[in-house]
Write a protein of this length. Structure first.
Length: 278
């Protein structure tokens, strides 16, 4: 009974051409993926075949990627076909929005259950509100008020235009201090440069979690040798179908094969995702 807490089912038809080329380069399953981006039934059949009970569908606006705030409507409508199995994650980019708090409310009313902030793709530091970015502050305040978890990308990105320096996890330290009732998830655990920072934040703050997506499972013991100590704060995720992740099932099987204790495995594979995302 696994929850994949980081799946990218997105409106690929909105991607910038150079990003689309990077996303699909070398793949032989592009036609099937494009059908899946439009059809929840296709995704649910794949999840059944690959042993995934629930999935968090990660979407966010980003001019660098080509996505606008239409992604909130897209993911809400998509997940409405199977709300017990598909969790809608949208986002708000303060730089693309006149009233970020209103967009948070609108997204929530449409059925979005969590928000994604992608600093390298949005060109904004996660703590930029300390330098006067009132829009970002409004996003955090409204998400905290509404009980919406916020997933923050940590680590690098190889897509065109990404500013990886903004993915340093320690910048989230301010967010955790200033918004203590906001559930924060560090996507990718700061890989591949800042895993120790991510581990520190997860241990330091009761409201900070991390997902393990985008990390080859065989690298987890190297990146997080003490992962079992934070098994109640770590969420399994694949990052499928991002470059390098060709199969939800193969990623899931490789994670299960790492030999973590059964109780820790149950938390990371399902229990923690239910705690965070409901």
């Amino acid at each position: 009974m696994a929850t994949d807490a980081h799946v990218h089912v997105q409106p690929w038809w909105e991607l910038r051409p150079d990003v689309y080329a990077a996303m699909t380069r070398g793949r032989d399953d592009v036609d099937a993926l494009e059908k899946m981006m439009r059809s929840p039934e296709h995704l649910l059949r794949l999840m059944d075949a690959e042993g995934v009970e629930r999935a968090v569908l990660v979407n966010y606006p980003s001019a660098a990627m080509g996505f606008t705030h239409r992604v909130n409507d897209y993911v809400a409508d998509y997940c409405a076909h199977a709300p017990q199995r598909l969790i809608a994650m949208g986002g708000v980019d303060p730089g693309q929005c006149d009233d970020p708090a209103a967009e948070v409310r609108r997204a929530a009313e449409r059925g979005v259950r969590a928000l994604k902030l992608h600093p390298p793709h949005m060109g904004i530091a996660p703590n930029a509100y300390l330098d006067g970015d009132l829009g970002l502050r409004a996003v955090y305040e409204e998400a905290q008020r509404l009980g919406l978890p916020v997933l923050i990308h940590t680590g690098t990105s190889v897509f065109p235009g990404a500013r990886s320096r903004l993915g340093e996890p320690i910048l989230v330290d301010d967010v955790a201090v200033d918004f203590p009732h906001l559930k924060i998830v560090l996507a990718h655990g700061g890989r591949p440069l800042w895993m120790e920072q991510a581990f520190f934040l997860v241990r330091r703050f009761p409201n900070v979690f991390m997902d393990l997506s985008g990390i080859p499972p065989q690298k987890l013991p190297e990146y997080f040798p003490r992962l079992a100590e934070v098994a109640d704060k770590a969420l399994y995720g694949s990052d499928w179908p991002s470059p390098g992740v060709r199969s939800m099932k193969k990623n899931l099987d490789a994670f299960r094969a790492l030999g973590y204790p059964p109780d820790a495995l149950a938390k990371m594979l399902s229990g923690n995702a239910k705690r965070v995302y409901g």
